[in-house]
Design a protein around this ligand. Structure first.
Ligand code: FAD
Ligand code: UQ1
Length: 414
């Protein structure tokens, strides 16, 4: 039995950032964070680990070192929400009651939904890899280094995903690697995506279509991975427009982005979630639509933004300001514009920095058109973002580049 003023469920990018913000306003016994994992990973680095640019050990820190001192960490998992009673239950059987709740549980990876996938990821030398989990991310670069010839296939599932650009970033990195190592002639590089588009924002999609054409990368739209036969090195894809139609493709390398969903323990609480299982929040204020003392941040929310850490940064101050207002019975004034950002790494030393809002209109920080491959953006992704994440964001001191953008566009104070 525990009680607190503020309960945060999840200690990932969103939960840890919010805990740090409130740690300056609440006493230690007033805030509880429930998080089952010992490690906190900076997931945006996984793409670079897959390309051999960073090491797995660079991307993780102990959870206890990133959560603020001034919060009580309960190392456990929430298995039940009772928003009518303002309580949650944990796997270990604790009941925790709260006055205010932030749900920051992220997305669940559903590797088991593709028959043959887990087996292929657990056996050495199958050619199957996946940047999306710290468990598997090291395989990507091993496979890339061993690649000799054949098909290199990259997938995008038929589900919401975090960082919708990441499934193709590793495709571009691989293509560039094979080119640099004299193996490009012997490879077919293929990107099979369930989506009907290469990227959701027109401006960047246009740039990416030119890029794939120039670099001879084959893109198959509405093409969804449904099975892996690891022994034969065959992947089976479904045509989402003609669901009975499947195609078998042989691979030497297969990078899988797994299907994802909202976490099972969240989606079963129907009072809290939408039909799709995400926390049912107002898209402007990030407050729950029926429980005013509940807010959400990050990948588990129903708001129709792209799910990125950059979005979490932009959301964090909105949740902070609005939740403080709610605690003081004041009107909620802070509004989230749907900002998301996806540094589309297009090779070693190159990156297109996509930034956009709820309406999928570009919302660019720099006063130059960002639909070009630039070294500067690569360097931001590789050298600037990690320390910004660890030292500013997780300490509650990074609200996204909004102010910087206004300054760059000389609109400060507007
Ligand atoms: P997470 O950071 O995933 O945290 C969720 C936390 O909730 C976890 O710690 C989990 O253990 C915990 N949790 C789950 N269930 C429970 C439970 N029942 N009880 C208690 N706790 C629970 N974003 C970018 O901005 N730029 C990028 O370039 C980028 N690239 C990416 C590349 C890859 C390969 C991946 C995987 C992600 C990338 N992202 C990127 C996305 C970014 O990592 C996420 O959007 C961000 O981490 C979301 O934060 P979150 O707090 O919502 O979820
Ligand atoms: C960002 O704020 C962020 O969150 C920390 C990221 O996640 C890793 C990003 O990738 C990017 C690009 C941003 C946006 C920051 C700037 C300075 C444009």
């Amino acid at each position: 039995e525990h009680r607190c003023k503020l309960l945060i469920v999840g200690g990932g990018a969103g939960g840890c950032t919010m805990a740090s913000k409130f740690a300056r306003h609440l006493k230690k016994n007033e805030m509880i964070v429930i998080e089952p994992s010992d490690m906190h990973y900076y997931q945006p680095m996984f793409t670079l680990i897959g390309g051999g640019i960073k090491k797995l050990s660079d991307s993780g820190k102990l959870m206890k070192s990133v959560l603020p001192e001034n919060a009580t960490w309960i190392k456990d998992r929430v298995v039940d929400f009772n928003p009518h009673k303002n309580t949650v239950n944990t796997l270990n059987g604790d009941t925790i009651s709260y006055e205010f709740l932030i749900i920051a549980m992220g997305l669940q990876l559903n590797y088991e939904q593709i028959p043959g996938l887990i087996e292929a990821l657990n056996i050495p030398n199958t050619g199957v890899c996946s940047n999306y989990s710290p468990k598997y991310v090291n395989r990507t670069f091993e496979i890339l280094q061993k690649f000799e010839s054949g098909n290199a296939i990259f997938t995008y599932p038929s589900s919401p995903v975090k960082c919708p650009g990441a499934p193709q970033k590793i495709c571009y990195i691989t293509e560039d690697y094979l080119r640099k190592h004299g193996k490009r002639d012997k490879a077919n590089v293929i990107y099979n995506t369930s989506l009907p588009v290469l990227f959701g924002v027109r401006k960047y999609a246009d740039a990416l279509w030119k890029l794939v054409e120039k670099r001879n990368i084959k893109v198959n739209l509405r093409t969804n991975l449904v099975e892996i036969r690891q022994k034969e090195k065959i992947a089976v894809f479904q045509n989402l427009d003609i669901p009975d139609q499947t195609t078998e493709m042989e691979y030497s390398m297969l990078h899988v982005t797994p299907p994802m969903s909202s976490p099972d323990f969240l989606r079963k609480c129907s009072d809290l979630v939408t039909e799709a299982g995400f926390v049912n929040a107002h898209k402007d204020t990030l407050q729950h639509v029926t429980f005013p003392n509940v807010f959400t941040i990050g990948d588990c929310s129903s708001t129709p933004n792209s799910k990125t850490a950059a979005s979490v940064a932009a959301q964090s101050n909105v949740v902070f300001e609005n939740m403080k207002a709610c605690m003081n019975n004041k009107p909620l004034k802070s509004v989230y514009n749907g900002y998301a950002s996806c540094p589309l790494v297009t090779g070693y030393g190159k990156c297109i920095l996509a930034e956009f809002d709820y309406d999928l209109n570009p919302l660019e920080t720099f006063p130059i058109s960002q639909d070009k491959e630039m070294w500067l953006m690569y360097s931001m992704k590789k050298d600037v973002m990690p320390p910004l994440y660890w030292h500013l964001m997780l300490n509650g001191r990074w609200n996204g580049p909004g102010n910087f953008r206004n300054l760059m566009h000389l609109k400060l104070g507007k």
